[in-house]
Design a protein around this ligand. Structure first.
Ligand code: AFP
Length: 313
């Protein structure tokens, strides 16, 4: 697609952008519908935050309620879209059939990732993976599109349907307007984001982190996967990692709901994502709630991580 000039960008909304990029109609409508749903989830977050500020003192339960209601909103919106066959969510134990069974697309969702950050007013987000056909048999590279929405000082939507990764900002008129087109990561960044306690790291991971620190990388970690990945995209490089830990060889983050969609978006921006050895997009999940370590971001840092983890340098 021809690059859009800065002046014209202001007038390119999400629907128009997808149309100009030649994305097929049902996928366009589905991505747009999820964008609309993000506005409803954002309204719910505002509502709940007011309650939290109202001394109700039900912190844990309130976060759970927020996760659940975001899931309800998303599932119901997708159910009536007419384009979605199956829906799998981090909030549900099983895949749910929400369509007639002949729709083209199925969805994976983390409806509200990082909800424990709501009370501190840090950014949180919704993560979506879009697949062709049913979800029961997700294979290698089956994902056809992915997106996330950040709820921060601004509400932003980042999507890729296999033709680059693009960012939109929700404006005052309630439209998602193009802000960053064809985001491209540099070969090497300057920030690192890392989860897990240092005392629980494995030796090869510790050596890799020391390597990054010796090279002068700056630590940038919010504790929310969506804003942390968003930072790497918008700053055009760096690495996010949540490693295997002594007590959990699979780390913390979920392969289907969190890692595959982000790996797709980062790959479309010229970056990479591995579990330390294998490409995240090529891992065939064995269960819905499978977890995996993750090293994701610019090529240089991810390749280096792979060297440290496989060759133990
Ligand atoms: P919550 O959804 O429970 O807040 O967890 C957020 C998250 O799954 C992900 O967004 C972060 O990257 C990761 O957990 C942070 O984990 P640590 O608290 O162990 O750093």
């Amino acid at each position: 697609m021809e690059n859009i000039s800065d002046a014209t960008k202001l007038f390119v909304d999400l629907r128009r952008h997808m149309w100009m990029a030649g994305i097929e109609m049902e996928l366009r409508r589905l991505i747009w519908q999820i964008g609309v749903t993000g506005k409803y989830i954002s309204a719910k977050i505002h509502e709940s935050n007011r309650k939290l500020a109202g001394f109700e003192n039900i912190y844990g339960e309130e976060q759970l309620a927020l996760d659940r209601s975001s899931d309800d909103i998303l599932r119901n919106q997708l159910k009536f879209s007419g384009f979605v066959r199956e829906y799998a969510s981090e909030e549900l134990p099983d895949i749910v059939q929400i369509g007639r069974g002949d729709e083209q697309y199925s969805i994976t969702a983390d409806p509200l990732d990082g909800s424990s950050l709501v009370d501190t007013n840090l950014a949180i987000g919704t993560i979506i993976g879009i697949y062709k056909g049913p979800l029961c048999d997700i294979g290698e590279n089956d994902i056809v599109a992915a997106m996330y929405i950040t709820y921060g000082p601004l509400i932003t939507l980042v999507y890729s349907a296999g033709k680059g990764t693009h960012e939109f900002v929700l404006n005052r008129e309630g439209e998602y307007v193009l802000s960053e087109e064809d985001i491209t990561l540099s070969e090497k960044g300057s920030i690192y984001s890392l989860g897990g306690l240092r005392k629980d790291w494995l030796p090869e991971h510790r050596k890799y982190v020391e390597f990054l620190e010796d090279e002068g990388y700056k630590l940038r970690y919010s504790g929310g996967f969506v804003p942390d990945i968003n930072q790497i995209l918008i700053k055009r490089g760096g690495i996010f990692m949540y490693p295997a830990l002594k007590e959990s060889a699979v780390g913390k983050l979920r392969l289907i709901f969190e890692l595959k969609p982000m790996a797709f978006l980062i790959k479309q921006a010229g970056g990479m994502a591995t579990d330390g050895k294998k490409d995240i997009l090529k891992i065939k999940p064995e269960s819905l709630d499978q977890r995996s370590p993750i090293y994701i971001g610019s090529r240089y840092e991810v390749e280096k991580a792979r060297e440290f983890l496989t060759k133990g340098r």
